[in-house]
Design a protein around this ligand. Structure first.
Ligand code: NDP
Ligand code: HSE
Length: 442
């Protein structure tokens, strides 16, 4: 048997992910040693309640409530507690005591990533976080390493399993939003407080992480435009289907060319429900799965697909990071820092250019269509398609009572579009703006 050096591994957290990481570290000890070139000794597991029920059969003597003492002298610290504190303080403690850190904590990295990466840079440590965006799917390394010589133009990601599960069940079964959310919670996809999922906060954190890597720019969470899926109803799903689309909660990270008078390119990072053509690869991402569609100048279109959540699935990504950290420790040298040299500005949502589908309820009277078309034209919004359905015929009149207009636009600037929709709403011929959805993907 090879005589490997032993590396001391501290695990913080033994919940859905942490308990599986500990189990795999212990079960596959010999194989992991051969792959890492080091014995990975699980020195201890810090939790809140040492007698808590675990998803795996783990030795009781490994558990402690004293994370600070466990971190001291560790070579690799795996942070799987979640949340901001004490995770932030303990990750910084680990870095400053010479350990490499592995974390799956998107909330921490999206809010304190710069502080953590700078601290690691200062001491030559490295922070690994493959599981922090899209769970088991390898996407951090592809963006950070494999595509480091290319220029990423655009990322469109389904990065939240709960919302994809909800929208998919609404689409395939006509299920009701509240019912499917309850099922997603029962299946363990949704966070304890599902607001983070359904209001897009979880996806926004992942978008900030992906955009930072893709565009070599530290993207703060508050630069990410965020909308959730709570306003999506069965009628919108049906209308999307009728027009050949499916509704997905997308994280879109996009490089924008420098406009006239601007010194540099810029980026847009946004999360919202959008219409995706049914022929697009992202349309076939079902259930709680995630997928990240990357467009790069040289590589072209790439798609990364798989489980975006789940204890054992996420543990796979964490263990990959642990092996990388161990190899680096054995090889020596300073860690690879985050590349933020491009430092591109993030534009507000009003600058985004995309296509839209506007659904209106209008008076079904002569001249109404012309009025609507005139308002769109004045607002520099060009019509691509129009479909009218009479929804409330008026038996006493030659004309109808109410009609539904579904207008597909060519590419328009978000600010022009939203001002135009406001003018339509106030025009007197529009009874109700039913919905305005972006159309993403070519
Ligand atoms: P859980 O809530 O299931 O587990 C959290 C663990 O951390 C528990 O063991 C808990 O201890 C421990 N813990 C929490 N606070 C403290 C504290 N103050 N001191 C000591 N221990 C503490 O979380 P998950 O395993 O689901 O998630 C872990 C991380 O992985 C999070 O950052 C999450 O965002 C990320 N992630 C999770 C995925 C998933 O599918 N679950 C997917 C991708 C990323 P105790 O057991 O005693 O309460
Ligand atoms: N609640 C998250 C999801 C877990 O639904 O994708 C993984 O981050």
């Amino acid at each position: 048997m090879t005589d490997y050096r032993t590396l001391r591994v501290a695990l913080l957290g033994a919940g859905a992910v942490g308990s599986q990481v500990a189990d795999l570290l212990l079960k596959h000890r010999a194989e992991l040693a051969d792959r890492a070139g080091a014995n990975l000794e699980l020195a201890g597991i810090a939790v809140r309640n040492v007698d808590g029920k675990r998803d795996a059969d783990l030795p009781r003597e490994l558990f402690t409530t004293d994370a600070e003492t466990l971190i001291v002298g560790s070579d690799i610290v795996i942070e799987l507690m979640g949340g901001i504190e004490p995770a932030r303080t303990q990750v910084l403690q680990a870095i400053n005591s010479g350990a490499d850190v592995v974390t799956a904590n998107k909330a921490l990295l999206a809010t304190h990533g710069s502080e953590i990466f700078e601290a690691a840079d200062q001491v030559g440590a490295e922070v690994y976080y493959e599981a922090a965006a899209a769970g088991a799917i390898p996407i951090i390394r592809p963006l950070r390493d494999s595509l480091a010589g290319d220029r990423v133009v655009r990322i469109m990601g389904i990065v939240n399993g709960t919302t994809n599960y909800i929208l998919d069940r609404m689409d395939t079964e006509g299920a009701d939003f509240a019912d499917v959310l309850a099922q997603a919670q029962a299946l363990g996809y949704a966070e304890a407080d599902p607001t983070a999922d359904v209001e897009g906060y979880d996806a926004a954190q992942k978008a900030a992480i992906l955009a930072s890597l893709a565009f070599h720019t530290a993207v703060p969470l508050d630069a990410v435009h965020r909308e959730g899926i709570t306003q999506i109803d069965a009628a919108m799903i049906e209308s999307a289907r009728h027009a050949g689309y499916v509704i997905k909660l997308l994280a879109v990270c996009e490089r924008l060319a420098a406009a006239e008078g601007e010194a540099s390119e810029s980026i847009s990072v946004r999360v919202y429900p959008a219409l995706v053509e049914r022929s697009h690869p992202l349309a076939s991402v079902h259930g709680a799965n995630n997928a990240v569609f990357v467009q790069a100048e040289a590589a072209g279109d790439l798609m990364f697909y798989g489980a975006g959540a789940g204890g054992v699935q996420t543990a796979s990504a964490v263990l990959g990071d642990v092996v990388s950290a161990a190899r680096r420790h054995i090889a020596g040298g300073v860690g690879v820092g985050e590349s933020t040299r491009a430092n591109l500005p993030t534009v507000p949502i009003g600058r985004v250019i995309t296509r839209y589908q506007i659904t209106l309820e209008v008076d079904d009277q002569p001249g109404v269509l012309a009025t609507v078309a005139g308002i769109l034209s004045e607002g520099r919004v060009s019509i691509a398609t129009v479909e009218q359905t009479v929804i409330e015929p008026d038996a006493d009149s030659a004309a109808g009572g109410s009609a539904r207009l579904v207008i597909g636009t060519h590419q328009a600037r978000e600010q022009d579009l939203s001002e135009t929709v406001q003018r339509l709403a106030a025009s007197g011929v529009v009874e109700r703006v039913v919905s305005v959805l972006r159309v993403e993907g070519n």
